[in-house]
Unconditional design. Structure first.
Length: 153
């Protein structure tokens, strides 16, 4: 019984240590908006990935790894135009642990969304990014990062 209890305590401490060094600790996010035309903006969410870690693409390629998912909070003053695009060197590689070809980025990637505003007033585009990082040895628990990006004059 004592051995089972020690195993549970040991497993809990490993999980706790992993949670403290999760995916959010390995990625620095920068958010910006650039005016393209009257009431049209390019919103850029840039991930700078630490060390040997990589972040999965919006389409990870297989089930298993958590793809990068960007969710926007509805705002009646902003309309999303098209889908999110990815700017960076996408790597497609067979990863046996996931049982197929996966799509990911190393070092840096920008996720870009074009938006239009319905009026010329300042407003915010709010939302969250869910993502996971891995390297050749370990995958860290997924993280969610909220964001608030100013749009408008």
């Amino acid at each position: 019984m004592k051995q089972v209890l020690l195993l549970i305590v040991f497993a809990s401490s490993i999980f706790s240590a992993s949670a403290q060094t999760g995916s959010a600790k390995q990625v620095k996010w920068d958010f910006s908006a650039k005016k393209l035309a009257d009431k049209k903006y390019e919103v850029k969410m840039t991930a700078t990935i630490a060390g040997t870690f990589h972040i999965y693409a919006v389409n990870a390629g297989v089930e298993g790894p958590v793809p990068t998912t960007i969710t926007f909070t509805p705002n009646p003053l902003i309309a999303l135009q098209g889908k999110i695009s990815e700017q960076g060197k996408k790597i497609t590689k067979v990863e046996e642990v996931w049982g197929g070809k996966v799509n990911f980025f190393e070092k840096s990637v920008s996720f870009v969304q074009i938006v239009t505003t319905k009026t010329a007033v300042k407003t915010n585009l709010n939302g969250k990014i869910e993502f996971m990082v891995c390297n050749d040895e370990v995958c860290l628990p997924p993280s969610e990062v909220p964001f608030k990006i100013q749009i408008g004059n």
